[in-house]
Every structure is written in C-alpha cells, then in structure tokens.
Design a binder for this molecule. Sequence first.
Ligand SMILES: CC(C)(COP(=O)(O)OP(=O)(O)OC[C@H]1O[C@@H](n2cnc3c(N)ncnc32)[C@H](O)[C@@H]1OP(=O)(O)O)[C@@H](O)C(=O)NCCC(=O)NCCS
Length: 180
Amino acid sequence: MSDFDVQLVPMGLAHLAGVLELGHQVFDVSAMPYTSWSLSSVAVHMDAQPDACWVAEADGRVVGFVLGSLSYDERADWGYVEWLAVAPDHQGKGLARTLLEESCAALFAAGATRIITDVEQNNTASAQLMQRSGFTDSVTVTLFVRHAPADGARQSRSRARATDPAKARLHAVARKTERS
Ligand SMILES: CC(C)(COP(=O)(O)OP(=O)(O)OC[C@H]1O[C@@H](n2cnc3c(N)ncnc32)[C@H](O)[C@@H]1OP(=O)(O)O)[C@@H](O)C(=O)NCCC(=O)NCCS
C-alpha cells in the first residue's frame, strides 16, 4: 500500500474502536501517571471539540489520530492537544505532523490564542515533532511522588474510590452542558 492510500478524515463514531485500540497499542500512560487512556478520553474530546479530532485511515483501518480540545482547565482560550498517535507501521511519513496541523488549525479557528501540549521528557519523537511544528519549550514540570506509608495507618482515611481523570473531565463537561 502506498502513502497515497492514507486519508485524513474528521473523526466519527465509526472510528471509536480503532482509535481506542491504537491508543492502547502505542501510549505508555505509566510515563505520565496522571493521565489515563480510555473510551471516555476519546468521547470527551469528540463531544467537546469534534473539529479538532482527526483520524488517518488506510484501507478502513485507523492508523493515526489526534484529539484536541479548546480550553485548558480554567483557560477558555487555550487549545490543548492531548492525544496524538500513529501506528508503528505508518510512522516516519509525516502523518503526525499533518494530523497535528489539522487539529491546530481547527483550534485557532475556534478562538484559541495559544495551543499547549505536554511531552514526557523521554519521548524524543514527540518532542521533535512539536518543535518542528512551531511549538517552543515553555515550562518544565517535575512530577515528585511521595508514596503512602506501607503500614495500615492511612487506611481509614482512604476509603474514597479513586476517580478516573478522563471520567471526571467527561462528567465536568456533561455538567457544563446541562447548565448552558
Ligand atoms: C510521536 C509520533 C506521534 C510521531 O508520529 P510520526 O507520524 O512518526 O511523525 P512524523 O513522521 O509526522 O514526524 C514529524 C517530525 O517528528 C520527528 N520525529 C518523528 N519520529 C521521530 C523519532 N522516532 N525520533 C526523533 N524524531 C522523530 C521528526 O523530527 C519529524 O520531523 P522531520 O520529518 O522534519 O524530521 C509517533 O511516534 C507515536 O505515535 N508515538 C507513540 C505515541 C506518542 O508518544 N504520542 C505523543 C504523546 S500523546
């Protein structure tokens, strides 16, 4: 199959399974443990900013995608490119750069004054891609971790269920939509 057989299309519901599967294949969420990859992660983007979500298809298969959104925490005019992936057998052909361009164009058109993305320090492919696509280094954050003590002293306080961050965002978007 030639590179011409790869098509960029807006993400639709039919792509959900392929996007989810490719993300599971290529994302190392342990590298940034405050993130999680799930169907909710995809759905919340499609719900909030469908025009910033694009897929690369080859022969009906999802071989790449980008998920962007407008607003980052309380900053309504910041675009955020959170998830970007290309299947290993299609990497190195400029697909990620093209997907990123589509998403950024949509975010700027929707009113973003800047677009941010976070890259884990060992992810040189992603860092290079961002630098080649007009992103510049801004703030470097180090995630310091203090683990809970091994004894049972904390147990009575920590009975609350851990929340999936993607689900929390989804619920926040749903609440916002209900209010407006
Ligand atoms: C990062 C990733 C999306 C790049 O996809 P890709 O389609 O291979 O990237 P492109 O072919 O569009 O390359 C664009 C630029 O990125 C850089 N790049 C891509 N892969 C690279 C690698 N392995 N090492 C160094 N630089 C790399 C190059 O500088 C390239 O620019 P150039 O062609 O001018 O040299 C892909 O490696 C991937 O899916 N990785 C796993 C998931 C991930 O880490 N996603 C990002 C965080 S959400």
